[in-house]
Design a binder for this molecule. Structure first.
Ligand SMILES: *[C@@H]1O[C@H](CO)[C@@H](O)[C@H](O)[C@H]1NC(C)=O
Ligand SMILES: *[C@@H]1O[C@H](CO)[C@@H](O)[C@H](O)[C@H]1NC(C)=O
Ligand SMILES: *[C@@H]1O[C@H](CO)[C@@H](O)[C@H](O)[C@H]1NC(C)=O
Length: 506
């Protein structure tokens, strides 16, 4: 009874004392570091400047996540003159000038070098897949904590925003830097779906007479996922604000924020695990705000809406999940139900499948689709456009009438946004982003069509092909106005503001 408090004290006070002392030392040194960064940038007056740190170790990759990062920073530079953006980058082979030039070339985003500082991190390999062939989730999470530690030893900002989905860094930043934290989440590291899937697989294993080793293995895997989920949820709850890129991601992140695991909670009430609960604050966040990524629709939004050819266009890489066979099946139904569309005169309709073929698997898929078109007897009305250049794709977008997308549960669907901006009438599978975020009514009126089976796809294609000229033009106008506005940079900036990030700047 007398021993117990000492035991507690050692376990709790010891680490607490060490971390507090270390954090104080880092923060003291940081004053000098911060001063020298601001002096080098020529910022004045220095005392008014605030550093917003963006954790984006792959900032030079040129993908969708990077467009979000640079659009956000460019908006800050335009509207917040007391903010200096700090990007934590692992691209040690590129200089600040290189990165800024690449952002200009790739995204046409102009960055002001005087309000931007890069902290280059040496240990990015800690978060690369190749470093962690097994237990990748866990390995990368530890790796990201190590990388965040490197980041905090180099410069502590006034506000930390993770834009690459490394939630485990929040612990390190909060313990060492003692600063507010926020994040833009593209994709949850682990989802409640994954957990449920493993759980149901476990049941299946134990219900069958499968050998016990596989039961133990899947039980172990479930435990691993469960512990991981518990800590992922705890990490996310450290954040003061969370932004997500779509309603799909919002559903998942919200479920994770509200995830509870009473058993693990109980286990973490006992030292030494209690440490994790005591020293890591819970900001009490229960939901994330949607901030749709900006899409560059400037070119396509100029295309004429009238005088379109009777072309149904699909723009999708030849990957299995895009479900091109469903497009051929729907088109075959359409031609069978309405033979006039198979004529070669002005009533004829053509299906164009445009997409990239990345490898032998994709190439084989294209061959398979050609064969399928022959079997269905529609090959004369179907055209394949493989590996088209961007300008060629734009040309097709400017000619076609209808944009077709058959992927099930697509998280977003940038191709559908592009159809609409380009003036096509979109027809997409009734699921995921196209259903919830993109093809939704604008001012109470439809902006396109959804379908599920080949029959319903054929039905809505027929409806879209037989709109009166007035209805047709109105629909194209609405679809374009909605897509251009909803996924514009201005809208992105507004939603970013609405996250409340500004109120966390000291
Ligand atoms: C959100 O991010 C995920 C993962 O990178 C991506 O698949 C999805 O298309 C993104 N959504 C939007 C709206 O860009
Ligand atoms: C398409 O591009 C990929 C790689 O860029 C290449 O391997 C493939 O052969 C190309 N296919 C065609 C049909 O041009
Ligand atoms: C976002 O907030 C800043 C001020 O913090 C303001 O200047 C800017 O206009 C806002 N952007 C939008 C699109 O509302």
């Amino acid at each position: 009874m007398i021993v117990f408090p000492w035991f507690l004290l050692c376990f709790l006070l010891g680490p607490w004392l060490l971390i507090t002392l270390y954090s104080r030392q880092l923060r003291t040194r940081n004053r000098q570091r911060r001063l020298s960064v601001l002096t080098r940038l020529g910022a004045s007056p220095i005392e008014n400047k605030r550093l917003v740190g963006f954790f984006h170790p792959f900032c030079n990759a040129g993908g969708g996540g990077e467009r979000v990062l640079w659009t956000a920073i460019a908006a800050l530079q335009r509207t917040e003159h007391d903010v200096v953006s700090v990007v934590y980058s692992g691209d040690v082979d590129a200089s600040k000038i290189d990165i800024i030039a690449k952002v200009k070339a790739r995204f046409d985003i102009t960055l002001d070098p005087s309000a931007l500082h890069f902290v280059f991190l040496q240990s990015r390999s800690m978060i690369e897949d190749s470093t962690w062939p097994r237990f990748t989730l866990l390995g990368q999470s530890f790796g990201s904590m190590y990388l965040a530690w490197e980041a905090m030893t180099k410069l502590i900002p006034d506000l930390y925003i993770d834009t690459m989905g490394y939630a485990f860094t929040f612990h390190i930043v909060s313990l060492l830097g003692r600063i507010p934290i926020g994040a833009y989440v593209h994709y949850p590291t682990i989802s409640t779906d994954m957990l449920a899937r493993v759980k149901s697989r476990k049941k299946w294993h134990t219900n069958t007479d499968a050998i016990s080793t596989s039961a133990i293995l899947s039980w172990g895997k479930l435990l691993y996922y469960r512990i991981f989920m518990y800590h992922y949820a705890r990490s996310l709850r450290i954040a003061r604000f969370l932004m997500v890129n779509s309603s799909w991601t919002k559903n998942h992140v919200d479920a994770i924020l509200q995830h509870s695991d009473p058993l693990l909670e109980l286990i973490h009430a006992v030292p030494p695990l209690l440490f994790l609960r005591l020293f890591i604050q819970n900001a009490g966040l229960t939901s994330a705000g949607i901030v749709y990524p900006p899409c560059d629709t400037r070119e396509m939004a100029k295309f004429a809406l009238e005088g379109r050819e009777r072309i149904i266009l699909s723009v999708a890489q030849f990957r299995p999940e895009k479900d091109h066979p469903a497009q051929l099946a729907a088109f075959e139904r359409l031609l069978r139900a309405h033979p006039e569309y198979a004529e070669t005169d002005t009533t004829g309709v053509k299906l164009v499948l445009l997409g990239g073929s990345r490898n032998a698997g994709d190439a084989a898929r294209v061959e398979g689709l050609r064969l399928l078109a022959q079997e269905l007897g529609i090959e004369d009305h179907v055209q394949f456009v493989v590996n088209a250049s961007y300008p060629d794709m734009l040309k097709w977008l400017s000619r076609a009438s209808i944009g077709l997308s058959t992927m099930v549960d697509e998280h977003f669907g940038i191709n559908v946004v592009e159809f609409m901006a380009a003036g096509l009438i979109p027809v997409a599978h009734a699921s995921g982003g196209p259903l919830k975020d993109i093809i939704v009514p604008f001012n109470g009126e439809p902006t396109g069509y959804h379908a599920g089976t080949p029959e319903t796809f054929a039905d809505v294609l027929h409806i879209a092909l037989t709109l009166s000229p007035d209805q047709d033009l109105a629909m194209r106008r609405r679809a374009r106005a909605w897509a251009v506005q909803k996924f514009s940079e201005a809208e992105f900036e507004k939603a970013w503001n609405a996250s409340g990030w500004r109120s966390w700047l000291p």
